[in-house]
Design a protein around this ligand. Sequence first.
Ligand code: GLN
Length: 288
Amino acid sequence: MEKPQTVKECIRYGASWLERRGVDEAAVVAELLAARLLKCKRMELHRFAESRPQQRILDALGRGLRRVAAGEPVQYVLGEWDFRELTLRVDKRALIPRPETEQLVDLVLKKLQSSLLPKPLVVDLGTGSGCIILSVAKAVEEGIFVGLDISDQALSLARENAKLNALEHKVYFARSDGCGEFDPGSVDILVSNPPYIPSAVVDRLDTRIRDHEPRLALDGGSDGLDLYRNLIFDAVMVVKPGGSVFFEIGDDQGAQVSTLLDEFGFIDVQLYKDYGGKDRFAAAVQSF
Ligand code: GLN
């Protein structure tokens, strides 16, 4: 292929270069990198299609392509990723927000809208990048929004994301691996996307995930359910009677997580599917 001149040619060249190195969705990746460097949305790239990029853009595109070819997730190379209405900084300090987790936020918001609580206390345990609690806080006018994580690194990223989205005065982040700090029966909603992949499965994950994203955010112990056991125990203590829990779950964990919730006396235990049709969320209500 001749040396690419225009943005369109560079993207095509970059995409085929990635494809030859076995990168999935190579065209999308090349477009995302180009859009980031040209400071536009991917869908706006056509505006630049025939223009000739400056050398520094070409160099940066080359660096980005090489990082993706070497196995890094494109989201980390871009350094930012959209989640619902927020643009979040993403890097190896926390898990990359997944699209299905946007639906977990929908479930929480629906509950908050229907329950009309004046100033709900919403707690996100294992907040990571902060994507869930920041999205909830953005959508709900009044409330107390808390994101907890055991990882100081994740918390530093979540705090940066709060600032970037002008939510730093609305969301509190603190280091904790549980909800022990809250008064009994004080929490209206406990939400979590905990690590839920069984340890042995983490070892076999795609290297793009396994070698780059924090294992702490993925590994749910031998059966993947360790964190639910802790979460549900915490929830029994701190969630108000009539308050709710919402968890993201592995697609084969619905029955086990429902049983755990049942065993701890939660009512209205429900499973919800993601857009791929797989069980992905569990919700329940603390009994009165
Ligand atoms: N859904 C994520 C994945 O498949 C896992 C997230 C998690 O363990 N909470 O990579």
